[in-house]
Design a protein around this ligand. Structure first.
Ligand SMILES: [Fe+2]
Length: 206
């Protein structure tokens, strides 16, 4: 018997998003919006070396890309009823709300060292708006390490060996336990412009 969304989440820290969660046509609207937003994207270039443990359990580390919060089309995606249902089924939390979402623009050489997401992110969804993003690296078996254990382990290893690929699919969202599972993006090795979407949910009723 196939695993339920809850079982998959508990066992592997990830969630599958059915295709029909997103209205046809919305991806093209988001792509147009991403083009309009790009000139106003903020450069995110944190060069402080090493991993910084935050009080909420997240871990920040160096990264380079450009970011924008998007507009109505991206908001519509984040507010999709079906996406909140996937978030709720996977995490077992009832009233899931998208609290943070955005567009990340990657050019050749842009990267994200190993980190853990904001502690408020009960589930993080991600996908490529463009087709050229390779897989993310992640270490799902280290999900239950403490923040300090992760920092000690990877202080000198921005892109850990032995990681597993987490596919970033083109216009198909996938959920993962980003606030617990260490994950990263190695430098984009193509001279192109790629756009990553991230949406994070939390349960505001607790
Ligand atoms: Fe992340």
């Amino acid at each position: 018997m196939a695993a339920t969304p809850r079982q998959l989440w508990l066992a592997q820290g990830r969630a599958v998003v059915p295709d029909d969660v997103v209205e046809p046509g919305l991806w093209d609207e988001i792509a147009d919006e991403a083009e309009r937003c790009e000139p106003y994207a903020a450069v995110r270039h944190n060069e402080r070396p090493g991993l910084l443990a935050m009080r909420d359990g997240s871990i920040t580390s160096p990264q380079r890309c450009r970011v924008h919060t998007g507009g109505p089309a991206l908001s519509a995606l984040a507010m999709s009823k079906g996406l909140a249902e996937v978030a709720g089924e996977a995490t077992g939390q009832r009233r899931m709300t998208p609290i943070r979402f955005g567009l990340k623009y990657y050019r050749g050489g842009d990267y994200m060292h190993v980190h853990r997401d904001d502690g408020k992110c009960a589930i993080t969804f991600s996908c490529g708006l463009t087709a050229g993003l390779g897989a993310m690296g992640w270490l799902p078996r280290l999900r239950w390490l403490t923040t300090q254990q992760v920092c000690d382990r990877f202080a000198a290893t921005p892109f850990p060996e032995g990681g597993e690929p987490f596919p970033i699919r083109h216009r198909v969202l996938s959920g993962f336990d980003g606030s617990r599972i260490p994950h990263w993006r190695t430098p984009l090795d193509v001279q192109s412009r790629e756009v990553l979407i991230t949406i994070c949910f939390t349960d505001l009723s607790v």
